[in-house]
Every structure is written in structure tokens, then in C-alpha cells.
Design a binder for this molecule. Structure first.
Ligand code: PMV
Length: 344
């Protein structure tokens, strides 16, 4: 599985937003989820990460040019420990990562972050992983990262062990061109991490068993809706699934509530826009920011209608984007993309 290390690699990965959510682990160490999930990788707001092998005494990790410490640093170094173990090497690393979106605000920065880190680190250490192997590795950093390896729609099979829990691409048929507008209502990092929120939900919410029972059915419904390019069904299932995920959390003790008043206003706005004939559906993750699914050719109209109603918020228009890929530095300074043959 290992070859000669490249010593340095830079990877770019986009965030993905789940249309059937992952919420709850049945194995915290391996990050095995209770249920499968499905998402759309976006063409906006990527993470770019460089990993360089070093002979320094310790790993050096920075995000946005600032050194990381505490839990955030430990999460990265634990992940690098896993890569070191698989590669059978003990080099230290310098990790330099940049997010285009606010970190830890429920805007999928951990998905793009660990997908980029998995590709950059595995390449730097000389691991030759195919896309499935890369998805499994990214999963160990953050479950949702397993899906950002792939272009567009991806399904993460829950599996029953490390080998069987991976994501793969779901082909989108012609006629199902998806778009999404992310709203940035609050860019601060959430106070309850998704890891803690999930754990509390699994351990204390009486509604969690219903989530585990229903989600596989909704995933099948979603796959069928995608296969027949039925945007209305895709959006309806996605919005309902997101509300049900938040319902399980609200049933936890104490409740896990990521919504704020501005989120509820946005949910109302989405319902009103839909009533006016602009077909769109809301989804939310572990944070107050509402993401709105639409057809790709209505993204710009949707973004401007949202800004008309809520001039003070941020919006990020997006469409289906590419999965994680390597970026090389060309002589002369321009960054060029490399087809990820190291990640076939
Ligand atoms: O990958 P994590 O641990 O950040 O979990 C993400 C969970 C949700 O974003 C809420 C849902 C999902 O499937 O992405």
C-alpha cells in the first residue's frame, strides 16, 4: 500500500451538505455511523491543505495562518498518527490549511478539511489509496469528510466495520442539476460540537431509535428520487430528513438546539419563496445557518431573493462541485490541478 513518500502534497476539497443526514456513531473510535447518508459536494468554499514531512521535533499545524492548539490540534495530530501507522513511518509533519468558509459553524468545514487533509497527508506519506480507501481514511477524521472525496452526489454506506464503511459517487441523471445557497447567519463556532451533540442524542433522546429505523427508508426513497430525476421528491425528502434530525436532538437531555431566531426566519422565507413558485427546500446541520436546495439554474435568483428579504446576511451560491483533488505548485508560482491518479 505504501510507495516512496512525496514529502509534500497540497490538496483541495469542497464542503458537502447532506440531503439525508448522518447523526450518531455506533463506534466512536472508528467513526462508524448508525445509518447511511447522502450529500451534495459543492463547487464553493473549499479547504486547501498542504502537508509536508519534516524532521522537526513535533508536528506543526496551522489553520488560516494561525497555529492550532488544544483539541483542534489534537484532532489533526491523531489523524496524522493514523496515517503514520498505515504508512509505517514516523516523520513529523507541517500542516498548513486554509478554509474559505467560517470554521465550526455548521458549514461543513470539517468535511472539506478532513477530505483535503486525508488526500494531502496520504500523498505526502506515499500511500496509494483508491477513492474508496481515501473515503475510509477521511471518515476517520470526520464522518462527513468521507463524502467530500466525490464529485456531486455521494452516498456513505454505514457498513459494519472499518472496511465496509465508505462513501461512493451517486450518478445524477440528466435533468437533476442541483444548486444550493448557503446562508451565513452566524459565523461563530458552535458551542456544542457535532461529536458531543451526536453522543448526547444517541445516549439520551427517546426519539433516536426512530431515527435509526426511518433513515435507511428515507435513504432508499432519496436514491429512487434521484434516479428518476424528481427534484420535488429530492427536496421534500431532504427538508423532512433535516427536520427529523433536529427533532431527535431536541429530544435529548439537555436538548441540543442549533437553531436561532434567524434560522427560523429563514425557514419561513424558504416556505414563502416556494409558495411563490421558486421551488426550494431548506436543510440545516450542526449550526444555525440554513442551506437552501434549488435547481442549478435558479441559484442566482434564489440568492438575490434571499438578500432582498434579509439584506444583512451572507450568502454563498453553489452548484454541484468536484471531489477532493491534488493541486501542484507550478514553477513560476501558479497553482495547477493534478488529476488525482494517486486517488483513483
Ligand atoms: O462529520 P461531522 O462529525 O462534522 O458530522 C456532520 C453531521 C451533519 O453535518 C450534521 C450531518 C451530515 O451528514 O453532514
Amino acid at each position: 500500500m505504501t510507495t516512496t513518500p512525496q514529502h509534500q502534497a497540497t490538496a483541495l476539497a469542497n464542503p458537502n451538505i447532506a440531503l439525508v443526514k448522518y447523526w450518531g456513531k455506533r463506534d466512536e473510535a472508528l467513526i462508524l455511523p448508525w445509518t447511511g447518508s447522502l450529500s451534495l459536494t459543492l463547487d464553493a468554499a473549499p479547504t486547501t491543505t498542504t502537508v509536508r514531512l519534516s524532521d522537526g521535533p513535533d508536528d506543526v499545524v496551522s489553520l488560516g495562518g494561525q497555529p492550532l492548539d488544544g483539541t483542534a490540534r489534537a484532532r489533526v495530530t491523531r489523524f496524522i498518527d493514523l496515517v503514520r501507522t498505515i504508512a509505517g513511518r514516523d516523520d513529523r509533519v507541517v500542516v498548513d490549511s486554509h478554509n474559505e468558509i467560517p470554521t465550526g459553524a455548521g458549514l461543513a468545514s470539517s468535511a472539506s478539511g478532513f477530505a483535503a487533509l486525508a488526500l494531502a497527508a496520504s500523498t505526502a506519506f506515499g500511500l496509494e489509496l483508491d477513492r474508496r480507501g481515501l473515503s475510509r481514511l477521511a471518515r476517520r477524521g470526520s464522518g462527513s469528510a468521507s463524502r467530500s472525496i466525490f464529485d456531486g452526489l455521494a452516498v456513505w454506506h454505514s457498513g459494519h466495520d472499518d472496511e465496509s464503511s465508505f462513501a461512493e459517487a451517486v450518478p445524477a441523471p440528466p435533468g437533476l442539476e442541483l444548486g444550493m445557497v448557503l446562508t451565513v447567519l452566524d459565523a461563530r463556532a458552535k458551542s456544542v460540537s457535532s461529536r458531543d451533540g451526536m453522543r448526547r442524542t444517541v445516549d439520551t433522546s427517546p426519539y433516536y431509535p426512530a431515527w435509526v429505523e426511518r433513515t435507511p427508508i428515507e435513504l432508499e426513497e432519496m436514491l429512487a428520487a434521484i434516479a428518476r430525476a424528481d427534484f420535488t421528491a429530492v427536496g421534500t425528502i431532504a427538508e423532512r430528513n433535516a427536520m427529523r434530525m433536529h427533532a431527535t436532538m431536541l429530544g435529548a437531555e439537555p436538548p441540543v438546539r442549533y437553531w436561532g431566531p434567524a434560522s427560523v426566519e429563514l425557514l419561513d422565507l424558504v416556505a414563502n419563496l416556494r409558495g411563490d413558485g421558486l421551488e426550494c427546500y431548506a436543510t440545516m446541520d450542526a449550526g444555525p445557518n440554513v442551506k437552501i436546495l434549488c435547481r442549478a439554474d435558479t441559484v442566482d435568483e434564489l440568492a438575490s431573493r434571499i438578500l432582498e428579504a434579509q439584506p444583512d446576511i451572507g450568502v454563498i451560491p453553489a452548484r454541484a462541485g468536484r471531489g477532493a483533488r491534488l493541486i501542484t505548485s507550478e514553477p513560476g508560482g501558479s497553482a495547477g490541478e493534478q488529476t488525482t491518479e494517486g486517488a483513483r
